[in-house]
Design a protein around this ligand. Structure first.
Ligand code: UGA
Length: 439
């Protein structure tokens, strides 16, 4: 089938590449000429495992191309996806100006008698589809189209496998013609398809992300009780996670959830619920617990090092999770900046995210020394703080790490290391929600 995707960010670009991979003809549209130029030159603006090969292969096979023209995209597609950002506003509600603008632009290029399915893939508040439909109608009375909601559930860092083998595909549609086209489009993925009305599909996305955030805050609250009682949160998570009704996924305690989705989506869901007159105070607690994780963790660092001013502290990890270069709303970045604000001398290393952290002014390279290797970061350090659980960190030669540190003290914000191994290696090791160990 022929389709276009408006917006070549994480969701748009990865979706476009995956649709092409299963045989569709895809046009990725973006209004950022710099990005289009890069993509046309074979350069991928984001780091996502497997994406580069996928893009190159499908461009070479002529199933994937890039343009800045919505007209070009819409003219040559049966299905038009919207995958533009829906950033948060200061009150937590979602800024829908990009969606509204794209709806108007689509209206401007739809031709009479040429039916199109307009699909919203961006995460949007419930009832957005209705507004997109009304907007297109308002700007083009003769257009023949249906609006569908098709939320995306990919995770950064494993976006390609998530897209190629999704748990489910949600199609929110009130038109049989549109539903049939969407089912054909997704047929090659061989995944379960759930057809709902448009409002329910939109709500599924916010409800899913909020529920996953709730799981994380739940285990983080349990972690605090574990610390106070001497229990071990990893054992507790295994014990409750073995119940199939609960599941072990997303029960990893740590310094809290971050990224461009969970914090924004929980806030948005709270705002939507409030606007609809059905406040969702449970989610306010989820946010409160999450916000409390980092101060609690820094308290722990202070307990050992007392005054942080002038202390040499190494931080491993800057991205909001492993296998991505995304540093937006990263708790690791907050951690670095809080340590710097207390006067600590911070050295930091990240396999993929350091460059963007500096480029986007999220850390000040005059105040944080960014190193080229993890080992360089820990040289002479009085403590190592692990903020993101990259595999590279698990694979480090920890004996070597200990030998170059000033003091063998490790704070593990993601419970990456094994406490017994750390003790045997001679570290004082302080994880989250588990007893500290000493050599
Ligand atoms: C999340 C959802 O998992 C995706 O299904 C969704 O499509 C996406 O948001 C989106 O809305 O676009 P993502 O933000 O890429 O995906 O990353 P996650 O793997 O969900 O991690 C989010 C944060 O939660 C990270 O900071 C991670 O460290 C933290 N986390 C995750 C925990 O602290 N504990 C866990 O057990 C799991």
């Amino acid at each position: 089938m022929d389709l276009c995707i408006i917006g070549s960010g994480y969701v748009g670009l990865v979706s476009g590449a995956c649709f092409a991979e299963v045989g569709h003809h895809v046009i990725c549209v973006d209004n950022d000429q710099r990005k289009v130029d890069m993509l046309q030159a074979g350069k991928i603006p984001i780091y996502e495992p497997g994406l580069e090969e996928l893009v190159h292969r499908n461009v070479a096979a002529k199933r994937l191309r890039f343009t800045n023209s919505i007209q070009d995209g819409v003219d040559h597609s049966q299905v038009v996806f919207i995958a533009v950002p829906t950033p948060p506003q200061t009150d937590g509600s979602v800024d829908l100006t990009y969606i509204e603008r794209v709806a108007r632009e689509i209206a401007g290029v739809l031709r009479k008698g040429e039916y199109r399915v307009v699909v919203d893939k961006s995460t949007v508040p419930v009832k957005t589809g209705e507004k997109v439909e009304a907007t297109i109608k308002r700007y083009n009375r003769e257009a023949s189209f249906d609006v569908v909601s098709n939320p995306e559930f990919l995770r950064e860092g494993c976006a390609v496998p998530d897209l190629m083998k999704p748990d489910r595909i949600v199609i929110g549609s009130s038109s049989q013609q549109a539903t049939d086209l969407m089912k054909r489009l997704y047929e090659p993925f061989k995944a379960p398809i759930l057809v709902t009305d448009v409002n329910s599909a939109e709500l599924i996305k916010h409800a899913a992300n909020s529920f996953l955030s709730l799981k994380i805050s739940y285990i983080n609250a349990v972690a605090a009780i574990c610390e106070a009682s001497g229990a071990d949160v990893e054992m507790v998570a295994d014990g409750i996670g073995m119940d199939k009704r609960i599941g072990r996924n997303f029960l990893n305690a740590g310094i809290g959830y971050g990224g461009s989705c969970f914090p924004k989506d929980v806030k948005a869901f709270i705002a939507i619920a409030r606007q609809l007159g059905t406040p969702f105070s449970l989610l306010e607690e989820v946010e409160r617990i999450n916000a409390h994780q980092l101060p609690r963790f820094i308290d722990k660092i202070r307990e050992s090092l007392w005054v942080l001013k002038d202390k040499k502290i190494a931080v491993w990890g800057m991205t909001f999770k492993p296998d991505t270069d995304d540093v937006r709303n990263s708790v690791a970045i907050d951690l670095i900046n809080k340590l710097v604000a207390e006067g600590a001398q911070v050295t930091a290393y990240d396999p993929k995210g350091a460059e963007k952290a500096v480029e986007w002014n999220l850390v000040d390279p005059k105040k944080v020394r960014i190193t080229a290797t993890p080992l360089e970061a820990v040289e002479g350090a009085e403590a190592l703080v692990l903020a993101t659980e990259w595999k590279e960190f698990a694979n480090q030669d920890l004996e070597k790490v200990r030998s170059v540190m000033h003091t063998p003290l490790v704070f593990d914000g993601r419970n990456l290391f094994d406490p017994d191994t750390m003790r045997q290696l001679g570290f004082t090791y302080c994880p989250v929600g588990r007893p500290n160990v000493k050599p």
